[in-house]
Write a protein that binds this ligand. Structure first.
Ligand code: GLV
Ligand code: MN
Ligand code: MN
Length: 413
């Protein structure tokens, strides 16, 4: 049978997406499956069992990245990988990351059922802590794989309760023996929902992803003075929350002044967070993104320049540090070509686009040719329990993934 006539089973993929959504399922129909949590262990165990039932060898590296490999005709060839992440935001949807792993599983199941032998082995990767919500930064363990971070750095990351990623990996039984980076592959394709509104607005079925915009994360701690709200006159206060709110407003302006750049404050902790205490300390995070590194430099400068005058006027002090820089990435033309071929073959309408969100593919692109495939999501909504992508859209993504991998494999000869 010719590989290019293989078709994935849309219902089977959909059922997997819906069934596994119970691991961390929320009452509002989303998923809370923070990385390396009990719910993450449940979905990892399920994924491992499914891959083993298809005859794959499943291995885990020392930062919890999982690799399931199906042999090919040429045992010496490096595998062709498909991969994404099974962790979610605290109020995440059912598709962000999950579609990339389960779409890959559906593609692999299709090969298995047809008894189709690829030239190279086929691998599925499930990367640890893509979200960066529980442990910052995002894309942490694909970053370790790519040599951007050391395993020690990853293990020592702490969540807001002070738990370390390394200890949590041991606790759930997913701290493997293998050195990160030792499960080599020759190329990686990542299927993902767009997480933005463009494909839906332009009524395109598939996004051919050419790269990922640059991202920088910062942490700011503002220190004022706790005081009685009733007894402390307005002019004598050192209100850390007031200062932080003005800083957040200034950060929003940095985004507005540099469109299509974006500037966001997503996490804030107010201390002591008591209704009759003038806030004494505020911690917040900053996320700046732009496709052009030079503009990102300008945004960083504007953000840094905005904070001192606000602190002076509100009589507080602050500390600010950059904790993560992920430069803009361009994907591999030869893989983009396979995706275009795969989408054309299936008759889908396409659009070339850059990714606004971060993805494991952005780090993997440093060590292997890599690209991504996007499918639309309803209203462009993501990082939201209402995130939604239809059965047909999930299926077209998985079909293009399979077609692209098979075309890459065919070109190996
Ligand atoms: C990852 O989800 C990111 O883009 O922050
Ligand atoms: Mn994702
Ligand atoms: Mn995400």
């Amino acid at each position: 049978m010719s590989g290019q006539n293989l078709t994935i089973d849309p219902e089977r993929l959909w059922n997997m997406l819906m069934d596994t959504a119970k691991f961390g399922g929320t009452p509002k129909g989303g998923i809370k499956r923070l990385t390396v949590s009990d719910e993450d262990k449940q979905v990892r165990d399920w994924f491992k069992a499914q891959c083993e039932a298809l005859g794959c060898k499943v291995e885990v590296d020392s930062v919890g990245n999982m690799f399931a490999t199906r042999p090919g005709k040429n045992a010496k060839a490096l595998p062709i990988a498909m991969g994404s992440h099974l962790d979610t935001q605290p109020t995440g949807g059912k598709f962000d990351g999950v579609l990339g792993v389960l779409g890959a599983l559906e593609a692999l199941r299709t090969l298995h059922q047809a008894g189709y032998e690829t030239n190279a082995p086929i691998m599925i990767a499930n990367w640890t802590n893509e979200e960066g919500s529980r442990f910052a930064p995002a894309m942490l363990c694909s970053g370790v794989y790519a040599g951007v971070f050391t395993p020690d750095f990853a293990w020592s990351r702490e969540d807001r309760e002070g738990k370390k990623l390394g200890e949590e990996l041991e606790r759930i039984g997913y701290k493997g023996q293998a050195a990160p980076g030792s499960h080599k592959f020759q190329a990686m394709f990542e299927l993902h929902i767009e997480q933005g509104p463009i494909l839906e607005a332009e009524v395109k079925q598939v996004g051919i992803v050419t790269g990922v915009q640059g991202m920088r994360w910062y942490e700011v701690t503002v220190t004022g003075q706790e005081a009685h709200t009733g007894a402390t006159p307005m002019l004598l206060r050192k209100n850390a929350l007031l200062a932080a709110s003005r800083m957040i407003d200034a950060i929003d302006k940095v985004g507005m002044d540099n469109l299509p750049g974006v500037a966001s404050v997503g996490l804030i902790e107010n201390r002591p967070n008591s209704r009759n205490v003038v806030p004494g300390e505020v911690f917040f995070t900053v996320d700046l993104r732009h496709p052009d590194e030079a503009v990102l430099d300008k945004m960083e400068n504007a953000f840094r320049a905005a904070l001192p005058p606000i602190a002076e006027r509100t009589k507080v002090t602050f500390e600010e540090k950059c904790i993560w820089k992920s430069p803009a990435v361009k994907f591999a033309p030869e893989l983009i070509d396979c995706v275009r071929f795969g989408a054309d073959k299936a008759g889908y309408s396409t659009r070339d686009m850059a990714s606004g969100a971060g993805h494991d593919a952005a780090y993997i692109a440093r060590v292997a040719p890599t690209t991504m495939i996007f499918v639309p999501c309803e209203g462009g909504l993501s990082h939201n329990e209402a995130e939604s992508t239809s059965l047909a859209e999930c299926a077209s993504g998985a079909q293009v993934l399979l077609n692209a991998v098979l075309e890459y494999d065919r070109r190996l000869g």
